[in-house]
Unconditional design. Sequence first.
Length: 378
Amino acid sequence: MATPGILPGANDSEKLEALCQKTYKEQAVWFLNAFWDDHESDGERLWQYAEKCAEVDIDQHEEGNGLDEMQAHVFLEKFDEALTVRQMRTKLRETGAIAEKQRPKKVPLTHYLLFRFNVDWHVLVNASQGDNSKEVAEAQNKLEQVQAAFQESQARATESAAALRASAAAEREAAAREAEAKACEAEALAREEDARREEAPFKAAQEELEAALAEVKRQEDEYQGKIDDCIARSEQGGVVSRNKAKQELAVLQAEDPLPLRKAKITLSAAHKRAEKARAPFEAATKEAEAARAAATASANEASAARASAAEALAASEAAKAAADAALDEAMARVGEAEAYLEEIKNRPGCAKGALWWIERELHESKKYIPEARGGIRK
């Protein structure tokens, strides 16, 4: 098992090969650690080199370690390098970094750095990577926690923002539908009231005739009841009581029933006319009642939908608040990581290039923070 900070290999060429198998970031960090005193100011350029390699490497991205020749030419053009991969390799062969018969299939970032900064590759592969590996590992762990926290907060913020927009739009739409439904209900209620008002005189006339007819029928029934009673009493009991009943029956039968019958006929005819006159108004009232009932049901349904939309909006607002809290936590982790870096980076023997890189990644993570809250523009 290789010792941390020391490249495996029996000679410098094997060590260089091992270095070139590291990721673009790891190659750049190794270089910075090795030549920190002379190339501290080039840290940002190395960051850009590693980022561009990861972008151009369409297969492995940041997990890659070398570009094919076509990708390498794209990389060189990005940084306005007026040279070819062949010219670069020729220079490296002159220094012994690449053997004369060696034909690499890929261009690792280390090869470009050796050419670009014209440094001794023997020094590079044997350079100390600091004796604070535990502190670097701890700083790297804090960085990964920050990145994970920001990724989570970003995901939650994106999801909650989309949900909030959708629920707010749904709540507005539901409120509009509710207002429209209630307006329709009010209009239907007004039409129902108009229909009832127009029907009212016809209804009153009909009801008055119905009352008169009922009174005539009552009198008729009463008259017939008396006759039936007299007939019944005339057929039972003693001679005196039977005779008395017969006399009462004769009196009743002597009465003229024609006025009562005529009144009944007249009232029945009038009732039919009143019923016919009322019919269209009664139908209009029933139609208006049905329309009002339907409008009320629609209004109630719209109110329920708006209430549901309001609940969804409240839930979305709560989710947004939780996303904001997650962002606050991520920002707090940034502060903790920055404070830890400040604490360890001035200690003797530290891997300054590695710590610079972690600090740069922390800075990059601030793209997740809104500019208004101290973030940087993406």
